[in-house]
Design a protein around this ligand. Structure first.
Ligand code: UTP
Length: 290
């Protein structure tokens, strides 16, 4: 079955990025010349997804506005003969069909995804976290969709992390599978206490999920941090159906974290066709002056 829809949860409070996120959603913080969320929507569009479902909350309507048509701005740009800029803005509003659902309370990622159940319906779907960026030759979502065509079961994207950092992630354990960069998941645990797992395979913000996840989330009780954890529901799903962990090709940035955000700006800035060279020179000057 084809994966047609991508759920992008953007309803979190973004407390790690306060005070910047007091009134601006972290998903709208700028990486070079566009907000984080635009890179993610562009990734799913480039991967062949037909519809995006934003899970939003109070104070996040600027995200929907960013992808909407802005009549006044368009008129002003036309009057000022700023044709290229006007086209670029209109392209954003024509990128993809977007639907929004509201998560009334930030009860956790599992709850955010459950909120989208009626719009997703009974079909496999993609989940991309609204603050997780992946820089890669082939879009990360596309790499996963290609694997899904072969395995037809849920997939979580993973990256290797040092043992000292496993407590910050959902960690999966599993055996290598015949497919390239792929593991059959046997166990997963959210933010494991040091010494409780030997695995260094950390779940990042890209998933393909079978719709059974919704009935599991119906009865998932709050876990780590008092939130309804997606990882707990994923573990329950592994007991019903196969699940795969895929070590994607590319570099991932947690743009909801201050250091991750700074790294993302530098990485995206360096590969920007108009700015990259100049930025590199500037960085060299800074390093030389240290
Ligand atoms: P995070 O784990 O980064 O949570 O969520 P957060 O609450 O936004 O940020 P901090 O930890 O307080 O700084 C990952 C993604 O899931 C969404 C967030 O908007 C983010 O894009 N999310 C999280 C929800 O939509 N609802 C939630 O209840 C929690």
């Amino acid at each position: 079955m084809k994966v047609r829809k991508a759920v992008i949860p953007v309803a979190g409070l973004g407390t790690r990025f306060l005070p910047a996120t007091k009134s601006i959603p972290k998903e709208l913080l700028t990486i070079v010349d566009r907000p984080t969320i635009q890179y993610i929507v562009e990734e799913v569009v480039a991967s062949g997804i037909d519809q995006v479902i934003f899970v939003t909350s109070e104070g996040k309507s600027a995200i929907e506005n960013h992808f909407d048509y802005n009549f006044h701005l368009d008129a002003v740009l036309k009057e000022k003969k700023k044709v290229v800029l006007g086209e670029e803005l209109n392209n954003i509003s024509n990128l993809i069909d977007i639907v929004s659902v509201r998560q009334k309370k930030p009860l956790g990622l599992g709850h955010a995804i459950w909120t989208a159940r009626h719009v997703v319906g009974n079909e496999p779907f993609m989940v991309c976290l609204g603050d997780d960026l992946v820089l890669s030759k082939i879009p990360c979502a596309k790499q996963m969709l290609d694997l899904f065509d072969e395995v037809g079961e849920s997939i979580v994207a993973i990256q290797r992390v040092p043992q000292s950092e496993t407590f910050q992630y959902g960690i999966v354990e599993g055996e290598k599978d015949a497919h390239d960069r792929t593991f059959k998941v046997s166990r997963m645990v959210e933010k494991p206490a040091p010494g409780t797992t030997d695995s260094d395979m950390a779940i990042i913000g890209r998933y393909i999920l079978m719709p059974e996840i919704f009935s599991i989330l119906d009865t998932t009780t709050p876990g780590h941090g008092g939130e309804i954890q997606l990882t707990d529901a994923l573990l329950a799903l592994t007991k019903k159906r196969a699940m795969y962990a895929y070590e994607f090709e590319g570099t991932r940035f947690d743009a909801g974290d201050k250091m991750g955000y700074l790294k993302a700006i530098i990485a995206y800035g360096l590969r920007h066709p108009g700015l990259g060279k100049q930025l590199l020179e500037h960085l060299k000057e800074i390093v030389a002056g240290q």
